[in-house]
Design a protein around this ligand. Structure first.
Ligand SMILES: Cc1cc2nc3c(=O)[nH]c(=O)nc-3n(C[C@H](O)[C@H](O)[C@H](O)COP(=O)(O)OP(=O)(O)OC[C@H]3O[C@@H](n4cnc5c(N)ncnc54)[C@H](O)[C@@H]3O)c2cc1C
Length: 601
């Protein structure tokens, strides 16, 4: 095999986001990361430098549709609507284009492009950080699909049947499944089969080309501990540990923007405006007629002749609605915002999956996996450690005694072996200690509900994000059960062979409890639990009989004509799995509703 770095592209994309060199601090990293960034950027197969959407500088005064937010759902909506060549579509995204670093799977969760959100006033959670939980959310074209873990899980059929049972016609599993399939291009169809999967859609899905060797010990441990091994958690094997499929193509990330927008880059009827923050939806006589946004130091407006689609995610969609005068009237009045429509559910019902990390060491030196050898292999072949997310591609789905066997409520996410920053030397040590791995107890059926509300009517001030996490004691119990599953996994011969040793040390704040008893873990999760950034529910979908519903089952905002919401915020209850695939499905569903309404099929 010969290394080939000669595919230097001549394309230019001066609108790209931050460089790899910005990710790692420390001067010794800079040369290595700058060179890697240059090589990656020039390699079209990885960076897609010649395939990117070219942003528009001066949008037209009017479009048929304006989509706010180019994330998991917004990119899908804009792409699907612009399939109709006589519809003009504008997509407004607050962030820049997706950075080249994002294309390399091992550099996931890069905080450089994050909005940097924090919850406040938590009485039961994140007590070690004064009741404020931090979580990541990407500000870039592609939204969180640009820096998420790429795990492709759709959730459980019961999740969607529950939505339908709440009065959301058209959202049962059998009705949403075709839209998952429409999106999907499964690169392992021979392994996972056509009953559950499809080929030919925009979103390439498959396992990463690389798994760290310890992966197979984790799977053996899962078998030994009785959790089982699933060959496909999206098929009929709904529980067990698995090397999951992810949104990657040949070891390169597939964000929703790369999957849906880049192939549409030659469409003359699709415009994308980057670094453009929507500050308000313009509503006249009960109808959305345009959008106000801020770009390059100026407020601008654009009008729409058909619809505005709000896809700014679970934090910003309610924020934009509230800034536009749509929300609980008393709250709006108290903030000095003119009430356009009293809609009490806006910002309510906010919730997220919760997790608690249990950390261990293994009997290996703590080396950096990102080095010249790994980088060269990745540049030449898009394989090796950089082509994957380390042990994070392994997770377990478990039904605890609190749920039905076919409706799992616990997810154990594995973590470790992720090559990200590197000092530039092959085999350099990260520390003189042993390598750390973690297992995250993930609680997938949270019952606590929080709220998004205005901090002020200034559109640039973040809203107040109150998770109210762990308010319901069932959520604490769920996390502790997950921790016990992890401890059982750690006791297996398969993992003992790695000398897996618990490294969580007793917390001072929990010193009244025996370490590691259930009482101790209950105390610990109140101290250090984290939201998983799978936030949903803050503009929930519901039937007209539900006074707290924000959108109807066709995603139309109650009481405002020409305005829909398509993103994770419409989920009435979070699904039992990572939320990106479901959110892209919501984008597909929204585009279908819109095309049906306006005769666009
Ligand atoms: C670190 C991390 C890891 C994750 N890992 C996984 C995973 O492995 N698998 C999985 O399934 N899910 C994962 N998720 C969750 C998943 O990515 C999200 O649920 C999903 O992206 C939500 O989609 P969305 O369209 O609702 O919002 P987003 O994807 O957040 O998109 C919203 C977009 O709107 C833009 N925007 C916001 N406000 C404005 C405004 N005022 N004007 C213009 N634009 C605006 C934002 O910049 C953003 O681009 C992860 C999330 C995070 C943060």
């Amino acid at each position: 095999m010969a290394y080939n770095f000669t595919s230097r592209s001549t394309c230019n994309a001066d609108f790209l986001g931050p460089s790899l060199a910005d990710i790692c601090s420390g001067s010794s990293f800079v040369l290595f990361m700058s060179l890697l960034n240059t090589f990656v950027r020039d390699k079209n197969k990885i960076s897609g430098i010649c395939e990117r959407i070219k942003p528009i500088e001066r949008p037209d005064p009017e479009y048929d549709f304006v989509v706010i937010g180019g994330g998991a759902a917004g990119s899908v909506v804009a792409s699907r609507l612009s399939e109709i060549s006589n519809w003009k579509v504008l997509l407004i995204e607050a962030g820049p284009d997706e950075p080249t670093a994002a294309e390399i799977p091992s550099f996931f969760n890069d905080d450089l492009i994050s909005w940097g959100y924090q919850t406040t006033n938590e009485s039961h959670a994140c007590l070690s950080t004064n009741g404020s939980c931090s979580f990541s959310s990407a500000k870039a074209l592609g939204g969180n699909t640009v820096h998420n873990g790429m795990v492709y899980l759709r959730g459980n059929p019961t999740d969607y049947n529950n939505w339908a049972a709440l009065g959301n016609e058209g959202w049962s599993w059998n009705e949403v499944k075709p839209f998952f399939l429409k999106a999907e291009n499964n690169s392992e169809i021979h392994r996972v089969g056509r009953f559950w999967h499809a080929t030919g859609g925009p979103l390439t899905v498959g396992r990463f080309p690389y798994q760290p060797p310890i992966t197979y010990s984790v799977l053996a441990a899962a078998k030994e501990a009785g959790f089982g091994v699933s060959h496909d958690l999206n098929g009929d094997d709904l529980t067990g540990f698995s090397i999951v499929q992810t949104t990657n193509k040949h070891g390169v990330r597939r964000s929703s923007a790369r999957a849906y927008l880049w192939p549409a880059r030659h469409r003359r009827n699709l415009h994308v405006s980057l670094n453009s923050t929507c500050t308000r939806i313009i509503i006249e006589n009960g109808a959305a007629v345009g959008v106000e946004y801020y770009q390059n130091g100026e407020f601008k407006t654009v009008h729409t002749s058909r619809e505005v689609i709000l896809s700014a995610g679970s934090i910003k969609s309610p924020h934009v609605l509230l800034l536009s005068g749509v929300g609980p009237q008393n709250h709006l009045k108290s903030m000095g915002v003119e009430v356009v429509k009293n809609l009490p559910g806006v910002g309510e019902n906010y919730h997220d999956h919760l997790y608690y990390p249990v950390t261990f060491t293994v009997n290996e030196a703590d080396i950096y996996d990102n080095n010249w050898a790994a980088a060269s292999e990745y540049l030449a072949f898009q394989t090796g450690p950089l082509s994957a997310t380390g042990l994070n591609q392994v997770l377990g789905v478990i039904s605890s005694p609190a749920t039905m066997p076919d409706y799992p409520d616990t997810q154990i996410q594995c973590a470790g072996y992720v090559p990200s920053c590197a000092p530039g030397e092959i085999g350099a040590l990260q520390s003189t200690g042993r390598r750390v791995v973690a297992f995250l107890s993930g609680w997938e059926h949270p019952k606590s509900r929080g709220r998004i509300s205005l901090a002020s009517k200034n559109p640039f001030q973040y809203p107040v994000i109150w998770g109210n996490f762990l308010d319901n004691s069932d959520d604490v119990a769920g996390l502790v059960r997950g921790i016990n599953f992890i401890l059982a996994l750690a006791e297996t011969k398969a993992l003992k062979a790695h000398n897996l040793t618990l490294s969580n040390t007793p917390l001072e704040a929990c010193s009244d409890h025996l370490f590691p008893s259930d009482e101790y873990w209950e105390c610990a999760v109140h101290q250090n639990m984290l939201p998983q950034s799978h936030n949903v529910g803050s503009c929930k979908m519901g039937p007209p009989s539900d006074p707290m519903a924000v959108v109807d089952p066709q995603l139309r905002v109650y009481g405002i004509k020409g305005l829909r919401i398509a993103d994770a915020s419409i989920m009435p209850q979070v699904i039992s799995a990572n939320t990106a695939a479901a959110t892209m499905m919501i984008g597909e569903r929204a585009a279908h509703f819109i095309k049906t309404y306006w005769g666009g099929h």
